[in-house]
Design a protein around this ligand. Structure first.
Ligand SMILES: C[S@@+](CC[C@H](N)C(=O)[O-])C[C@H]1O[C@@H](n2cnc3c(N)ncnc32)[C@H](O)[C@@H]1O
Length: 217
């Protein structure tokens, strides 16, 4: 069920390899979720009761709903996607699950319409290879993260999995770590979700404060 070779299908103008909306149902497929178990992603992400989470590139909400359950009503889940069909599907899922603390919005490539520092946790799952402009995107993630927040990136290992994006379009964990570290993040840890998916946890690098003149004797 790979989504390679989809020329001719509708997808947005891009530099990254965008997910074709026609294949939305494949995001919930048993093949995908056996390589990307939802519980493992939620547990490794660190989401817990009260967490304010942003699921960026949420798709139809495969992780949004479990993240909202993990956060409970004391928490909040923001979700954003650049495709209206994904936003509608995610909103419908949250409504069907009766989760009032899920807020879903249509975003643009590097602009997510939520407040500064609104998220203790940002999840970017299977998104890196789709980005057009990583420096702008990661600057936006730094704006959205609370001071002690964590950005969690989950992505495919660069190995044949039979599903998912073409192997040559994937971003390895090492490449993802470099991307994060050259864009204002410090990687704290790496974990394997399964043999097919890695997870990186990162925090925003401390910004250099204003330079002060050395004290005089
Ligand atoms: C492969 S799907 C993964 C969906 C979901 N994260 C999951 O793992 O089930 C990638 C999603 O990211 C969205 N996307 C791509 N670039 C984006 C961006 N710059 N900002 C927000 N969403 C984006 C796509 O429209 C698509 O719904």
């Amino acid at each position: 069920m790979g989504h390679s070779g989809h020329d001719g299908q509708r997808h947005t103008e891009h530099a990254g390899h965008k997910f074709p909306v026609e294949q939305m149902v494949k995001l919930d497929s048993p093949e995908r979720l056996s390589l990307l178990p939802i519980d493992a992603v939620v547990t490794l992400s660190g989401a817990r009761p009260g967490t304010r989470t942003l699921d960026v590139g949420c798709g139809p909400g495969v992780f949004t709903i479990p993240l909202a359950r993990a956060a409970g009503s004391a928490g909040h889940v923001y979700a954003a996607d650049i495709l209206p069909e994904m936003v509608d599907a995610c909103r419908a899922r949250a409504a069907a699950a009766g989760l009032a603390h899920v807020e879903v919005a249509l975003s643009t490539e590097n602009d997510v319409p939520f407040p500064d520092r609104c998220a203790d946790l940002v999840l970017a799952c299977h998104l890196l290879h789709e980005l057009h402009d990583p420096p702008l995107f990661f600057a936006e993630m730094r704006r959205l993260l609370a001071p002690d927040g964590r950005l969690v990136v989950v992505d495919w290992e660069k190995v044949e999995t039979g599903i998912g994006p073409p192997v040559d379009k994937r971003v390895t964990a090492e490449e993802a770590a470099t991307l994060l570290e050259t864009n204002g993040f410090v990687v704290d840890s790496r974990a394997s979700v399964t043999w097919a998916n890695y997870l990186l946890r990162a925090r925003a690098a401390a910004r250099p404060g204003p330079r002060t003149a050395p004290a005089e004797d």
